[in-house]
Design a protein around this ligand. Structure first.
Ligand code: KG4
Ligand code: ZN
Length: 336
């Protein structure tokens, strides 16, 4: 059995994990950055500096906790795209230095692909073909996996992503950041039909998503109400916002599965933690005999265990990166 030491630093979470090649997690340490909270969003420069502060400490703790030493590690994995470029560079530079000094192979991973592979940690025997719905802070994509390493993007957002729409709505409602979990919680006691916000690109033959119209409609609605009304109805408005974001995700995922006769959907990314998405998609999938998989809540968030999981097929195929590899910040899932 080989061991992979993995790093995740694409946004505001520093994470270090050790997994073996059958997806067993020995540790998955995450250090989040509450320093951004007072700014209502992530400050890129601050994020990079905090990654520098945390990454060595977490790495030492990972070895200490698991009892492994560096000589026992067989490969180093790291996310290199997409993400905040300064943050990615911290993780990559650290991973490269280790790979070089220990003479271990370096494996680079696309962050969205790693979100999808988070599903394999709890379901290591999952097989392709399947549809992956990636819904994170900056991305909304439908990806058809023919095999574990061959995939095709069927649809993606043409403007804003589902996660940032949750975050924006919560900010306008004065609820805090990140908005997704707060809206999810409030929506549980609200009426989703209280306000009818527009649904993005509902057409039958279109698998793309668009959230800019929904975002504008939410902003216009909120700006028209007074503060007391918003406070009284914050649960109803949250439930209505959530319905407008989640419905197109469910409809399009089911429609494409039926068209391609796929029997498996994997959801991934921060928004995969959303209870309305999980429950709604689960109900619809059951109707059509489709199996639905999603990671447990802790594995939906950015973490290094998913980076190691996505590195496993590459490790097995001997696909390594050279030390001249650079981090980059192009949107979307891609093979690296
Ligand atoms: O995947 P992720 O950690 O970041 C990116 O890689 O972009 O996802 C973060 C996003 C945020 O927009 C956050 O509001 C959203 O995931 N999120 C949720 C929930 N938990 C996190 N959105 C809706 N419902 C949730 N329960
Ligand atoms: Zn992410």
């Amino acid at each position: 059995m080989s061991l992979i030491l993995a790093f995740e630093s694409s946004c505001d979470d520093t994470s270090v994990a050790i997994l073996d090649t059958v997806y067993r997690v020995y540790c998955n340490l995450i250090s989040s950055q509450p320093e951004h909270l007072e700014f209502g969003g992530v400050l890129p420069e601050l994020a990079s500096r905090l990654h520098i502060r945390h990454i060595l400490r977490l790495s030492e703790k990972a070895l200490e906790q698991t009892g492994f030493n560096m000589a026992q590690i067989d490969a180093i994995a790291v996310s290199i795209n997409p993400g905040l470029i300064g943050s990615l560079i911290v993780g990559l530079a650290f991973a490269k230095s280790l790979a070089w000094s220990l003479d271990k192979p370096l494996i680079t991973v696309n962050h969205l692909l790693s979100h999808i592979f988070a599903n394999f940690i709890e379901h290591p025997h999952l097989e392709a073909p399947f549809l992956a719905l990636v819904v994170s802070g900056g991305h909304t994509e439908l990806v058809y996996f023919k095999t574990l390493t061959k995939f095709e993007v069927i649809g993606k957002t043409v403007d804003d992503a589902a996660g940032e729409t949750f975050d924006k709505a919560a900010k306008l409602l004065g609820l805090g950041f990140p908005g997704g979990p707060i809206i999810d919680k409030l929506a549980k006691t609200g009426d989703p039909s209280f306000v009818r916000f527009p649904r993005a690109l509902p057409h039958r033959d279109n698998y793309n998503f668009s959230y800019s119209g929904v975002k504008t409609a939410i902003r216009n609605y909120i700006e028209r109400q007074d503060a007391a009304y918003l406070e009284t109805h914050k649960a109803d408005i949250s439930a209505s916002v959530q319905a407008a974001i989640v419905e197109p995700l469910i409809q399009k995922s089911i429609r494409i599965c039926r068209q391609l006769q796929l029997k498996r959907i994997l959801i991934a990314g921060g928004v995969a933690a959303n209870s309305a998405l999980r429950n709604g998609l689960s109900q619809e999938a059951t109707k059509y005999g489709i199996e639905l998989y999603y990671p447990s809540l802790g594995l939906c968030m950015d973490n290094a265990a998913m980076v190691a999981a996505a590195a496993i097929p590459k490790y097995q195929a001997g696909i390594y990166a050279g030390l001249s590899v650079n981090a980059f910040s192009l949107k979307g899932i891609r093979e690296l």
